[in-house]
Write a protein that binds this ligand. Structure first.
Ligand SMILES: *Cc1c(COP(=O)(O)O)cnc(C)c1O
Length: 403
């Protein structure tokens, strides 16, 4: 990697190598250009930087710690460390880019934040950011997801957001994206669309990466301070790819650090039973950008599945698509079952209940530790598992129980 990596990728059209870009209607291109221009002029100002720094420290509780897993390391071998994004306010890394996007919206004079949500995690983080800045917030959500994710719907409403039910098609994430885009196009002057990962048309994959880089910058310093060296392995789960790119971005020039992205292998690697996009996808276009995509012969996205609702997306960030082709990051997959085992293992060995998304990264780290007992591993623990506890115990039972 060149030291100019962040200036080189994406290029001015939003390409990371062959991936990214903006495959969107003309009326949206103008808006995306406005956001891009605003991002470059505003986010580099002293005022913006110091306000964001203050928010991270006093509101979000950053820096989040790096933690050494003593019991887990003794049991599996290796030296396993966690970057504790579960301790970030609202319990996951998503608030890092939501606060950045909302702060940009405030500087741009926007009045309202619009987004879609699937399981509700992005909706809750964005509703939190909107409340903080006194902005209106409108979250589009499929009716199927509204029924499934009741606590997050209530959280958004308590925070003052308007939850808009989407009742067409399959009534899930894809329709919610379409609906949110429609609402945004009706008033692009006063509103801004806030994407929930390093996906979507340019400039979102770049902007969200920049707001998530704080995770890697902190973790690299903290790890070096604790150990005097760099980790041999860096591990993060990949849905759209924001928590992974946040951590990886600080280590791209460190050739001694191996980077591992972990995708969901779901119930199996048969079509429709997983979301292992980088392992099994082919280049294609979804939601306004080019990436590896799980798709049928017509280029339509395949149905996907993961036990972790934050990971079940048929596309993936364009930067990950490029990093795969450059062999800079290795991508692996972990099954639902391995994820659940890791969920309980971390809970019982260390007293930390991980989000099911993050448990994919933990599961892969445990495999790595066993295979390489002399090496160190830094895992991004992207979120806490409180949201998942009822589901896990209902579906899988407690370890050792008959269920
Ligand atoms: C949403 C979510 C993810 C997946 O999103 P990325 O953009 O791939 O990081 C991972 N972990 C948690 C806890 C999440 O809420």
């Amino acid at each position: 990697m060149t030291t100019n990596y962040f200036k080189t990728y994406p290029d001015e059209k939003g390409y990371f190598g062959n991936f990214g870009g903006s495959f969107i209607p003309d009326e949206l291109i103008k808006e995306m250009n406005n956001i891009n221009d605003a991002y470059y002029s505003i986010s580099k100002s002293h005022e913006f930087i110091s306000e964001l720094r203050s928010i991270r420290k006093h509101f979000q509780g950053r820096p989040t710690p790096v933690y050494y897993c003593n019991r887990l390391s003794n049991k599996y071998g290796g030296r396993i460390y966690l970057k504790r994004e579960d301790l970030n306010h609202t319990g996951a890394h998503k608030l890092n880019h939501c606060m950045g996007e909302a702060l940009l919206a405030k500087y741009m004079g926007k009045k309202k934040l619009i987004a879609e949500t699937g399981a509700g995690q992005h909706g809750v983080a964005l509703a939190t950011a909107a409340a903080y800045f006194g902005l209106e917030c409108e979250i589009h959500m499929g009716e199927v997801d509204i029924a499934k994710e009741h606590p997050n719907v209530i959280r958004m409403q308590i925070l003052g957001a308007k939850v808009v039910p989407v009742s067409h098609g399959l009534k899930t994430l894809k329709e919610a994206v379409d609906s949110a885009f429609q609402a945004y196009l009706q008033d692009p002057i006063n509103t801004i669309y806030c994407i929930g990962s390093v996906v979507g048309p340019h400039p979102f994959p770049m902007m969200v990466r920049e707001f998530q880089r704080v995770v890697g910058i902190e973790a690299r310093d903290q790890y070096q301070e604790m150990t005097g060296e760099l980790p041999d392995n860096i591990v993060a789960c990949v849905g759209g790819g924001s928590n992974a790119i946040g951590l990886f971005s600080a280590f791209l020039d460190d050739n001694e650090c191996k980077l591992h992205g972990v995708e969901p292998a779901g119930r199996s690697l048969n079509k429709g039973e997983h979301a292992a996009t980088l392992s099994l996808g082919k280049p294609g276009v979804i939601h306004g950008f080019k990436c590896y995509l799980l798709q049928n012969e017509q280029g339509e996205p395949d149905p996907v599945h993961s036990v972790a609702s934050g990971l079940d997306y048929p596309g993936v960030g364009p930067e990950h698509s490029m990093l795969k082709d450059l062999n800079k990051v290795e991508y692996h997959s972990i099954t639902d079952k391995e994820c659940i085992d890791a969920f309980y293992e971390l809970s019982r060995s260390e007293g930390i209940i991980p989000a099911l998304e993050s448990a994919h990264a933990v599961a892969y780290a445990l495999k790595l530790a066993k295979a390489n007992p002399k090496q160190s591993i830094l895992v991004n623990l992207s979120g806490r598992g409180d949201k998942d506890i009822d589901f896990v115990v209902d579906e899988y039972g407690l370890p050792g129980s008959s269920k």
